[in-house]
Design a protein around this ligand. Sequence first.
Ligand code: MF3
Ligand code: CO
Ligand code: CO
Length: 261
Amino acid sequence: MVAKVSTDTDLEGMRAAGAAAASVLEMIGDHVVQGTTTEALNEICHKFIVDDLDCVPAPLNYGGGGKQMPFPKSICTSVNHVVCHGIPSPSKKLRSGDVLNIDITVIKGGYHGDTSKMFFVGEASVLARRLVKVTQECLYKGIEAVRAGATLGDIGHAIQKHAESQRFSVVREFCGHGIGKVFHDAPQVLHYGRPGTGIRLEEGMTFTIEPMINAGKRHIKILPDQWTAVTKDHKMSAQWEHTLMVTADGAEVFTLRKEEH
Ligand code: MF3
Ligand code: CO
Ligand code: CO
């Protein structure tokens, strides 16, 4: 069963969780400066999520079971050629020219809000700015393809077409996901595909769109820490993510920030 809002309680819960997650990204921006560490950012976000928002950071101790170790921190910090799931670390110091994705997932009242954005540290290269901008456009084009009656393939196609038109590539190993009371639920929302394929979207369905776009080739590998995904060619990668709900004629994005209104 795909994730779906079926009551007003669900809708209010998803709105509140989404707004809370977005507020963490708004708060952390001023702290993304040269010389700080990704662990420092993790600590600031953890305190804000727990003490100010009265939420639970969903990544902390997430996963595990089988052979995988649970995720050890409260946020994901993915720098430069890290595609996603970067683990905050006191030894990862930010330097001018770095590009960083911060991915926040909070649980509020049992509902999840999941969102990420890119930050520049100091001066960014022309390539970094172009990759980050095109990746955000990919997210928005994916969101524009959402409405009741459209298909998942319509979303993936919109994203893939834009990324590849700019000679960037789409990561295939990770996808968006249904979200609600469960963090990673059905359906899988691929960031590539063909129009008219895949399941048909229905009003109330809730999922994320979170394209990972590479400056070089699409291939990735996972580091021995079992989480950190990096590009095989060590070229830069970018990602943006929103949590949304399908409506009759579009989408309600639960994780919008003030800068996007
Ligand atoms: N927030 C990520 C997503 O967009 C998932 C992080 S899971 C973690 O789905 F365990 F790595 F934190
Ligand atoms: Co997600
Ligand atoms: Co996320």
